[in-house]
Design a binder for this molecule. Structure first.
Ligand SMILES: [Zn+2]
Length: 88
């Protein structure tokens, strides 16, 4: 085999720029691969809504408070699998 021109070795020096990897790992649903849509279900939450009644009998909400007692569960928005364990 004759050594052709195409076999002339060229040297390329690659300078790798240091780059910062985003350290926050993305949550990916292990069931469908979804990494964009999620939702959360808050269980056993008590909402307190404070009203002030006006002179003409309307209730004007003044303040809202939520007391979360139960677990907060995290779901995949595509296949609706419970992936609470993946959320840190
Ligand atoms: Zn999914």
């Amino acid at each position: 085999m004759e050594k052709g021109v195409s076999q002339v070795k060229t040297h390329k020096i690659r300078i790798r720029k240091p780059f910062i990897l985003p350290r926050k790992e993305k949550i990916v649903c292990p069931f469908c691969g979804n990494s964009e849509e999620f939702y959360e279900i808050v269980e056993n939450a008590t909402f307190y809504i404070y009203y002030m009644q006006t002179e003409n009998g309307n209730l004007e909400p003044l303040e809202e408070e939520a007391e979360v007692l139960g677990p907060v569960r995290f779901f995949c928005g595509v296949c609706h699998s419970d992936i609470t364990h993946l959320k840190k």
